[in-house]
Design a protein around this ligand. Structure first.
Ligand code: ADP
Ligand code: MG
Length: 676
């Protein structure tokens, strides 16, 4: 069977579970093989029953001498069995799994693994893993047992069985796509062996070797995909060539009209952008800078150049609030320069009587994607927080123009190694300094014994300095579940009742309707609340300059760049701002990590540190990037990145000779997942 077929076509069992599999990101049969264990339970020790000791986690193997359903007083069913070997017997119990008495029979040879307990006078195992011994390889006991990300209806046990079977049945379909010489030079395992070892290792070293091979593939393919995208981009030779020199005076007038001088890195970014715009190769540049570093001004000046050259520009932002903010700032900046600026969002359409020749800059949300009127010659496209948009959306907005120049912007700091591999097709400009005069946000890591003192200080700041405070509740899980909301509501009640009975407190969470969220944020802006309790996934990308205190609960659960981004929600105005990190953790490594927040104030430095201390998995969480295909490689492994980069260059120059690699690269480009 071809492993590229949809899972639904790969047999009844897959067809039945296809929607659950989809939830795990498994769409084709091959995806199943790349659904990797996140942990291995070590059940390799096989113990004689007579040697068992309380508390140990082991495998025992013996014969079933008893199995039956027992009813408890409350009519629950317990499945009890007795297993014997030549050294003794042990009773094991499962709960509410009546089917067990049908699949386990007296006389069966069975392998059982789990923790040994002591219960009313004898040893027992409760809800152990089990499998009947029929002669094949044991998958669930007596080995390093892989544990997988699960979803409702699909257990690790199910996945183990299906992955094992798929590997067995498809040995000849798992094509080695990396040439022999590269495998040899880099001491890699063959692909099939790597897949077998990552799922069913005999030693932990098997896992290390397998990961190395799969990480190599991943990094190689990502870089080849970036090279290919870049080449295709550059072959697209029809972008408008913008003149810069004739307009230098006008640009300078605009810059002089600003109430401040541009930072050095803003000037450098503009120079990069102007250089890109003055050639027919379309610009494809990423402008990276912390919140508040002044990206919008750079964008506005670049859009002014487009207007002076007779072209329209469009700027797409991920939320209505951000689009509105851009609109306010940009229309104010350009109001005396004869530039027509318009806003389009779900709620705000363009006035019908508008003269379309008067629109030079269109700012908006996703609503821009559906806008066709008023657009006649877009030469420049800007995407704010580019990682929040899918590939299709990004390409749709570009297609509103004819090969427009493209500038992406992000406030998410991306460490160099990641930027170079993941975004190898982009040029990079970085705003690495804050405008002068901006006050550093004072940050304190506060241990639990100082919590109450800290609350008193906050109350004093609010009352005496008329400040406002954000309190970010811990996230229980990433997908803002009911659990997270409950935790936030509970914290909200606690603060209202026990801590700040005299203050006005609001609550904001991601499950609220967007209208409701806007109302609450606006109420906060109007100072109807002193404190806003919010869940971390909530978009607080707004500028509330009076909010000067950011409190983050359970800060140890966040990556440093996440903390930095949350912290960036305060410190907008000219008042001194504060960030308070609460943690109940007592581990020294945690507090060392969090302490870095007190001294470091550059997002990028924090991201680099995060990468070194926690690996890339965490970072991808913050980047909100479609991470599915980047789950093996660790981007702190510079030497592997370098090796794969070198190989990628060689392969890229002779791509025709590597049809299997080319196929994989194309698939990767097509499947680049959209984050929404
Ligand atoms: P970003 O989009 O990078 O978060 P903005 O462009 O919104 O940042 O700028 C944040 C604030 O800083 C705005 O109020 C802006 O007017 C101001 N600002 C931008 N550049 C400078 C500068 N060079 N000097 C002083 N203030 C600046
Ligand atoms: Mg911005």
């Amino acid at each position: 069977m071809n492993i590229n077929i949809p899972v639904a076509d790969a047999g009844m069992i897959f067809k039945r579970y296809r929607s659950q599999l989809k939830k795990l990101g498994i769409n084709i049969l091959g995806d199943l093989l790349y659904h990797l264990p996140f942990r291995y339970d070590d059940l390799r020790i096989i113990s004689k029953i007579g040697d068992l000791q309380t508390g140990e986690t082991v495998t025992i193997q013996g014969e079933v001498i008893f199995i039956d359903n027992i009813f408890t007083k409350r009519w629950k069913k317990i499945q009890k069995a007795k297993i014997a070997d030549d050294t003794g017997q042990i009773e094991v119990a499962w709960f509410n799994q009546p089917f067990l008495s049908k699949v386990i029979h007296i006389g069966d040879k069975i392998s059982i693994a789990g923790k040994v307990d002591y219960f009313s006078g004898s040893l027992t195992m409760q809800s152990p893993e089990y499998e009947i011994i029929v002669g094949g390889e044991l998958l669930h006991t007596a080995r390093l047992v892989p544990v997988y990300p699960e979803t409702k209806g699909i257990s690790s046990k199910w996945l183990r069985r299906q992955i094992y079977k798929t590997l067995q049945d498809n040995k000849q379909n798992i094509l080695e796509f990396i040439p022999e010489s590269i495998i040899k030079n880099n001491h890699l395992l063959p692909l099939l062996e790597a897949l077998e070892k990552i799922h069913f290792p005999h030693l932990m070293k098997d896992v290390v070797d397998a990961k190395k091979r799969l990480a190599f593939d991943e990094l190689l393919l990502i870089q080849l995909a970036a090279m290919k995208k870049r080449k295709e981009w550059e072959c697209n030779l029809n972008s408008p060539i913008f003149k810069i020199k004739p307009f230098i005076d006008k640009i300078n007038m605009l810059i002089e009209s600003l109430p401040f001088t541009l930072t050095k890195s803003q000037k450098e970014a503009l120079e990069d952008i102007f250089n890109d715009m003055s050639t027919s190769t379309p610009m494809n540049r990423l402008l990276e800078g912390d919140v508040g570093s002044g990206k919008t001004i750079v964008a506005a000046i670049a859009m002014y150049i487009a207007k002076l050259n007779g072209y329209q520009s469009t700027l797409m932002a991920p939320t209505e609030i951000l689009a509105q903010q851009h609109y306010d700032m940009i229309s104010k900046l350009l109001c005396n320069f004869d530039v027509g600026v318009e806003l389009i969002t779900g709620n705000k359409k363009i006035n019908k009587n508008k003269n379309e020749n008067k629109i030079d800059i269109l700012i908006g949300t996703h609503a821009l994607l559906f806008q066709n009127t008023y657009i006649h010659n877009i030469g420049f496209v800007i995407i704010d927080e580019q990682q929040r948009f899918g590939v299709t959306q990004r390409s749709t907005i570009r297609k509103k123009g004819v090969n427009p120049h493209l500038l992406s912007m992000t406030a998410t700091p991306i460490p160099r190694t990641i930027a170079l591999t993941l975004y190898g097709d982009l040029d990079l400009s970085i705003l690495n300094e804050m405008p002068i005069g901006r006050k550093k946000i004072k940050t304190w890591l506060v241990p639990s014994e100082k919590r109450n003192k800290c609350y008193s200080w906050i109350e004093k700041e609010i009352i005496e300095n008329n400040s406002q405070t954000f309190i970010i509740c811990p996230f229980i899980d990433e997908s803002e579940s009911m659990q997270t909301i409950k935790a936030a509501s509970k914290e909200f009640d606690r603060l209202k009742k026990d801590i700040f009975p005299n203050l006005k407190i609001g609550l904001l969470h991601g499950k609220m309707k967007s209208k409701e969220k806007d109302n609450i944020l606006n109420a906060f802006r109007k100072k109807e609340f002193d404190i806003l309790v919010a869940t971390p996934v909530v978009e607080v990308g707004i500028d509330i300059s009076n909010a000067t205190i950011m409190v983050i609960e359970a800060s140890e659960r966040f990556g440093l760049s996440q903390l930095h981004q949350l912290r960036g929600r305060v410190g907008r105005g000219n008042k001194q701002s504060y960030c308070i990190l609460f943690t109940e953790s007592t581990s020294t490594s945690t507090s060392t990590r969090l302490k870095a927040m007190e001294n470091m104030d550059q997002g990028r430095d924090l991201a680099e540190l995060d990468l070194r201390m926690r690996g890339s998995g965490e970072l991808f969480g913050t980047m909100q990037h479609g991470t599915r295909q980047f789950k093996i490689a660790d981007f702190s492994d510079n030497s592997l990145i370098q090796k794969t980069k070198n190989e990628a260059k060689i392969i890229f120059n002779n791509f025709k000779q590597y049809p299997y690699i080319l196929e994989k690269v194309n698939r990767l480009i097509i499947n680049e997942v959209s984050p929404d």
